[in-house]
Write a protein that binds this ligand. Structure first.
Ligand code: FEO
Length: 393
């Protein structure tokens, strides 16, 4: 897409990658964007770059606004290769450019690309004059890597937030008010859950830095630019960071010959009778990224698997390994399933959900598939679990 002026003499020169469906395991049905911003002032300044395969298109985008050789400054808010892959080429085409980065970022960049950049390290509160405008640096460690920072453009009141406030959402309408609001906020939620969940507690600290800054725009490095829903997305980040939850129950299961699925459905009927929203996902027909997005605001989750080879099914193992790293916080959880001659799945699941930090409740198990009395028991289990979520909200 051609460069877009987002304010006077400020352009989005990034890339819209409509085709990527897998971002290091995060399923991205709406593609991925790598936003990069060019500020043309007395000094020409570029904020962030793009993934390496798009370097030529990116340099072409910049060339439509300025001669890349004239770039004075490059702000490296984050070294993950989706934002830094084009930096080595930039160092070539803009030989006089100075690269501004945190100390941690400098260490990471040298590891990734060698000591090829003319770096100046920056820290909290440092400012950089571009002539008529001034940039202020706001390190946001662990949102998403130790090096991460945001950069605030005072005169235009734009926060270039890098990963924070991003979404994996391609759209030719580059602003939040040009797209479906529900889809946009779901993609922001999915992004937070899959990228920032483990660092949720640091979000509050980050928001304190942003608090009080006049903001006309939040320009992240992924997805749409916020200008009409700034208060709402900040409130969402505040709630997600604080671990706020609703009373939704997720039932996530895999099944072999239908027994565990029968238990899952009975539990859903029971939970629905308690009057809470219930969402059911079979693992082999859902993607983990979406389940994690739903989990961000959910009050609790039931994980179901039959026993296979004395343990849980591989699809459940994949999800729970992912959740063990994401640490989704204090939510109610329990394991359920079926077995033939020997159990094992429930023990496996309970071990993982304990390590993931859930508040683990007693589970439910039955042999082969639920008989009529056991179906009733599973319904009752679902009802009682749902009531605990209501009480725990
Ligand atoms: Fe979009 Fe952590 O990189």
């Amino acid at each position: 897409m051609k460069p877009l002026a987002i304010a006077e003499n400020i352009y989005d020169v990034g890339i819209i990658d409509w085709t990527t469906r897998d971002f290091h395991g995060y399923v991205t049905p709406r593609g991925v964007t790598y936003n990069s911003y060019l500020i043309v002032d007395d000094k020409i300044c570029l904020i962030d770059s793009v993934k390496a395969p798009f370097t030529d298109e990116y340099i072409q985008n910049i060339s439509e606004v300025v001669n890349p050789a004239d770039i004075d400054y490059v702000i490296v808010n984050h070294v993950e290769p989706d934002h830094s892959g084009a930096l080595p080429k930039l160092a070539e085409v803009a030989p006089n450019a100075v690269f501004f980065i945190t100390q941690q970022g400098k260490n990471e960049a040298i590891q990734h690309y060698g000591d090829i950049f003319n770096f100046v390290t920056v820290k909290e509160g440092d400012v950089l004059s571009l002539g008529k405008r001034e940039l202020q640096f706001l390190p946001l460690p662990m949102l998403h890597w130790p090096d991460s920072m945001a950069t605030y453009l005072k005169e235009d009141q734009i926060l270039f937030s890098n990963d924070a406030f991003g979404q994996h959402y391609c759209t030719s309408k580059r602003f939040d008010d040009g797209v479906d609001e529900d889809v946009l906020f779901f993609e922001a939620q999915k992004y937070f859950a899959n990228i920032l969940f483990p660092y949720a507690k640091l979000v509050e600290k980050a928001l304190q830095k942003v608090d009080g800054l006049p903001l006309k725009m939040i320009a992240p490095s992924h997805g749409a630019i916020w200008r009409s829903h700034i208060d709402k997305i900040i409130a969402k980040y505040s709630g997600w960071g604080a671990g706020e939850k609703n009373d939704t129950l997720l039932i996530v299961y895999e099944t072999m010959w239908g027994g565990t699925e029968k238990v899952a459905r009975a539990m859903m009927s029971g939970a629905a009778k308690a009057g809470i929203p219930v969402k059911v996902f079979r693992l082999n027909s859902s993607d983990n990224s979406q389940i994690v997005a739903e989990l961000l605001e959910a009050g609790g989750v039931l994980f179901g698997s039959p026993t296979l080879n004395y343990g849980m099914m591989p699809a459940m193992g994949g999800l729970l390994t992912y959740l063990k790293g994401l640490k989704p916080g204090k939510k109610l959880a329990a394991a359920f399933g079926t077995y033939g001659w020997s159990g094992g799945a429930q023990k496996d699941m309970e071990e993982f959900i304990t390590k993931a930090g859930f508040e683990v409740q007693p589970g439910f198990n039955c042999k082969w598939k639920p008989q009529s009395g056991e179906t009733g028991d599973a319904e009752k289990f679902g009802y009682e679990f749902a009531m605990k979520i209501k009480e725990n909200k």
